[in-house]
Design a protein around this ligand. Structure first.
Ligand SMILES: Cc1ncc(COP(=O)(O)O)c(C=O)c1O
Length: 384
């Protein structure tokens, strides 16, 4: 990698995600996955019972093991008895709840089977145009994969020297065929972010027929949404789709709820391409979690604590890392990432896959604070 060396000084010791979040007074919720190697039957008994080997601690999916929060758990329990009904009214009420907070109308909101469905539909829109999709690499690659599968041309540009979306390069790459530009902000797997101001300037300079899909899956983990989110552009009628999810901050990945904010005409076109509708339990959990500010603050705090712990040990071991705004840290293992991932799996930790062209870099998702302390000890053992 040509720019790895120049990046190092920049990345090492960069301020990162934590941003001075206070942990004082915040409740610690029971963590769904806080079990790890210390729970379940001993491996001998498991093998004898034909049970597969104990799963690794999941530090691979950018999930939130503190979820679901208390309000979401209570809402799921309360909604179970109504599971025989189609949740039509519930979905309308949930759209209205989101619209109200965003200062938009329910016609600006589309609920998806996770934000994956929103990204998938946006990719289909671009392919049916038909046209070209621009994005970066590495990033969350669902849009590129789905757009290609649907017949679109996809061009993926390298990240900039600070591992961020290279907005000037993307602008320069626009052609008359460009229909969709996908910007993941903060970016997965690097955790890096371009500023809201830079992104607004970029969007304003584009031809108005190009849709910009801004994936804000991780934005609410740390950012000031008022200045960093692109939702206000939707209000102003821009050709923008903002995608958000309940899988990250809200810890509801298994219940598959995401949503899009966009102009009503775009929402209508997207609705026509929907294949599924969401479940009543997912809607109940997400609606309750949306209002559970205490759980959201506690989750932010736990994630920040995990990131601080992880980056502190990386500093100590002099391993470069990208300044993250997500619930994951992307760091340089100094050798083939695949080997490092294998070594950590041997110690019970499941990590993210390699992300070319950063072949020596590895992404670790935040588990519970206790799991991150165990991972920090494993890092010391490996590199120390
Ligand atoms: C950037 C980004 N967008 C979207 C998603 C999809 O999330 P979901 O479909 O669970 O809402 C993910 C999942 O990891 C992600 O990292």
């Amino acid at each position: 990698m040509t720019h790895a060396l120049s990046r190092r000084a920049l990345l090492r010791g960069a301020p990162g995600f934590v941003g001075g979040l206070s942990l004082a007074g915040l409740p610690r919720f029971a963590a769904g996955q806080a079990t790890g190697p210390a729970s379940g039957p001993p491996s001998g008994q498991r093998a004898a019972a034909g049970v597969p080997a104990r799963p690794a601690i999941r530090l691979a999916g950018n999930e939130n093991p503190y979820g679901p929060g208390p309000a979401a758990r209570a809402a799921i329990a309360a909604a179970t008895g109504d599971s025989w009904k189609y949740p039509i009214m519930e979905e309308m009420a949930f759209k209205a709840q989101i619209a109200e907070r965003e200062g938009l109308s329910p016609r600006h909101v589309l609920i998806g089977d996770g934000s994956s469905e929103i990204l998938h539909i946006a990719a289909l829109l671009a392919a049916t145009a038909p046209g070209e999709v621009l994005t970066a690499t590495p990033t969350f690659d669902l849009v590129a994969v789905q757009a290609r599968a649907a017949g679109a041309t996809v061009r993926e540009l390298p990240l900039d020297a600070q591992m961020r979306f290279d907005l000037p390069a993307l602008r320069a790459a626009v052609t008359p065929q460009t229909r969709l530009i996908y910007v993941c902000n903060p970016n997965n797997p690097t955790g890096t972010m371009v500023s809201g101001a830079a992104l607004r300037t970029f969007i304003a300079a584009l031809p108005p027929d190009i849709t910009v899909l801004v994936d804000e899956a991780y934005l609410e983990l740390s950012a000031d949404m008022a200045t960093e989110s692109m939702a206000p552009l939707v209000h102003g009628g821009a050709n923008v789709i903002v995608a958000r999810t309940f899988s990250k901050l809200h810890g509801l990945a298994g219940l598959r709820i995401g949503y899009a904010l966009a102009r009503p005409d775009l929402i209508e076109r997207m609705t026509r391409l929907k294949l599924t509708s969401v479940s009543s339990l997912g809607l109940a959990a997400a609606a309750a979690s949306y209002g559970d500010m205490e759980f959201q603050a506690a989750s932010r705090s736990h994630i920040a604590e995990g990131v601080a712990l992880t980056t502190a040990v990386l500093d100590e071991l002099k391993r470069p890392y990208a300044p993250t705004r997500g619930n994951f840290v992307f760091f340089d293992t100094g050798g083939p990432a695949r080997e490092f991932i294998g070594a950590m799996r041997g110690q019970g930790f499941s990590l993210g896959r390699p992300f070319p062209p950063y072949d020596s870099w590895c992404r670790v998702s935040m588990g519970t604070v206790e799991q991150m302390a165990a991972f920090a000890a494993a890092l010391r053992g490996h590199f120390g």
